[in-house]
Design a protein around this ligand. Structure first.
Ligand SMILES: COc1nc(N)nc2c1ncn2[C@H]1C[C@H](O)[C@@H](COP(=O)(O)OP(=O)(O)OP(=O)(O)O)O1
Length: 169
């Protein structure tokens, strides 16, 4: 990753049988008005795993007893530069869901997801995540249009390698 790439985490909590996913409606800043998982930027020296757990707790009150790193998104845009997002899922969660100043959380049935008011590329990779696959997805945008996309299935070792070299600024 070069110095111009912005790094983030995003984590998707599921109910115990995996039929529902908790999404948050972003209330401010980047992605305002869009439904997404919970996440943000790593703090100074923070690992990507710790960032994912912290952002989950801060943004919706939940704690992940366990979580899985399931993917990496690499996005290049003519308007917003390069973004790298580490994607997690959490099926063993504790705590009460709360609304934060950043996110308004709501449970959605996985089978009924419409992708309305989500990031444009969500419909491209969320199905891969929802089917339980691990992936590296690359997207290129010119203005708001997707001009190139690639979604590769990878294994846990490949993701661990990508994760191990990632740490906050
Ligand atoms: C552009 O493509 C993106 N697609 C998707 N699906 N998710 C994205 C994209 N770009 C960013 N994200 C995710 C990554 C993070 O989970 C959030 C953005 O986090 P935010 O800017 O709110 O970061 P924080 O550290 O929480 O910000 P504060 O400093 O305001 O607390 O969106």
């Amino acid at each position: 990753m070069d110095l111009l790439t912005r790094r983030y985490t995003v984590i998707f909590p599921f109910n115990s049988d995996g039929t529902q996913v908790l999404l948050g409606l972003k209330k401010r800043g980047m992605g305002v008005g869009l439904w997404n998982g919970f996440g943000g930027k790593p703090e100074l020296g923070e690992t990507i795993d710790k960032c994912a757990r912290r952002e989950l707790k801060e943004e919706c009150g939940l704690e992940a007893r366990s979580m899985q790193h399931v993917g990496v998104l690499l996005m290049k845009s003519t308007t917003s530069g390069q973004v790298e997002v580490f994607v997690y899922t959490a099926k063993d969660i504790v705590g009460d869901v709360i609304e934060s100043d950043e996110m308004k959380p709501k449970w959605f049935k996985v089978a009924d997801l419409t992708y309305k008011d989500t990031y444009k590329e969500a419909r491209e990779w969320w199905p891969t995540m929802l089917q339980g696959n691990k992936f590296v997805a690359r997207f290129e945008f010119v203005d708001a249009a997707i001009t190139s996309k690639e979604i590769k299935h990878v294994d846990a070792k490949q993701l661990a390698l990508l994760r191990s070299s990632a740490i906050g600024p």
